[in-house]
Write a protein that binds this ligand. Structure first.
Ligand code: DGT
Ligand code: MG
Ligand code: MG
Length: 295
């Protein structure tokens, strides 16, 4: 065996040998199999970094065809994604912001968050599983006439961003991606659905075109001003926390305890709100300075 291979083998075996020795000397309190724990890798996210978990629908090209999603944008599918993301945020309160478009959603955990000792696998698996189960759970609210035909899957990844600027640039990148794809898809499907072109002809026509050219095709051939297309499609969705004053009624006993009285009590509660706004410019961050501050 290669020397490096032998070294690796002996490193892998050494915990077993150590445990066996401890067992014999009577020092081992737990089972002799305990050593296998050491095979687990440390996956702690670096401190003081923003943690982003992005989920993305698995093979949604096929899933969207099977479930007859409207092309290029299906508002029901996008709103279902938003509902799932809200559920993820309600369950995992350390998420300070989420951004979604198409079949993907990004969740930002605050840089100070110490949830599960910042283990990347915990962040990722909790977000993905909560998102996927929500997708099935809320499906019929958004597709009452279309049964879900197969269990959808989502992949997940964790990326760390060391500075606020990196994080803002990450979100800008996803929103720019949304814009580029949506403009292309809007013109492409207009050319096919209304213009009578085949997919190949539409692809040919759009090859090498710039944004201005695509806007011009939409306007001159289909009388569509791209800027009037729904913000949900053009900008994607941002979910943030907002404090709301919740008023409820409560019955209290008067001091002499002879009578009861109904009073209104109010308390501040955080709830998620969905926005369809620009996150690339500074305005969004100026209007919501608390998102990135220490919570
Ligand atoms: P993946 O992520 O590598 O497993 O593969 P896909 O097929 O999920 O590819 P991806 O994530 O790059 O692209 C998203 C697909 O989902 C794309 O084919 C279009 C589809 N999709 C997403 N949202 C909508 C929608 O609102 N309407 C329609 N018709 N399709 C959509
Ligand atoms: Mg996908
Ligand atoms: Mg995708």
């Amino acid at each position: 065996m290669h020397r490096a291979g032998l070294g690796l083998l002996s490193r892998l075996l050494s915990p077993a040998v150590t445990c066996a020795r401890h067992w014999q000397s009577g020092k081992m309190a737990k089972s002799k199999f305990e050593y296998v724990k050491h095979f687990e890798v440390q996956d702690t996210c670096l401190p003081h970094c923003w943690v982003v978990v992005r989920v993305d629908g698995r093979n949604f090209h096929r899933f969207s065809e099977q479930h007859k999603f409207v092309k290029p944008n299906d508002a029901r599918a996008l709103q279902l994604m938003n509902r799932c993301a809200q559920n993820v945020m309600d369950e995992l309160k350390d998420i300070c912001l989420a951004y979604g478009q198409s079949d993907e959603y990004s969740f930002v955990f605050h840089k100070k968050c110490n949830w599960y000792k910042r283990r990347a696998s915990k962040f990722m698996t909790h977000v993905v599983s909560q998102f996927a189960s929500s997708y099935v759970f809320y499906w019929k609210e958004f597709f009452p006439d279309q049964p879900i035909l197969c269990p959808p899957g989502f992949d997940g990844r964790v990326v760390l961003y060391p500075s606020e600027q990196n994080l803002k640039d990450y979100l800008s990148w996803r929103q720019a991606d949304c814009h580029i794809n949506n403009l292309y898809n809007t013109v492409f499907w207009m050319l096919v659905q209304k213009g009578g072109l085949t997919s190949q002809q539409a692809q040919e026509k759009l090859r090498g075109t710039l944004s201005a050219d695509k806007n011009e095709i939409l306007f001159s051939e289909f009388n569509i001003n791209y800027n009037n297309e729904p913000l949900l499609f053009r900008k994607g969705s941002v979910i943030i926390w907002k404090k709301v004053n919740e008023v409820s009624k409560k019955v209290i006993k008067l001091p002499d305890e002879t009578e009861e009285k109904e009073v209104e009590v109010s308390r501040l509660r955080s709830q998620t709100v969905i926005l369809h706004c620009d996150v690339i410019g500074d305005t969004f961050w100026e209007e919501h300075p608390d998102i990135l501050t220490d919570s």
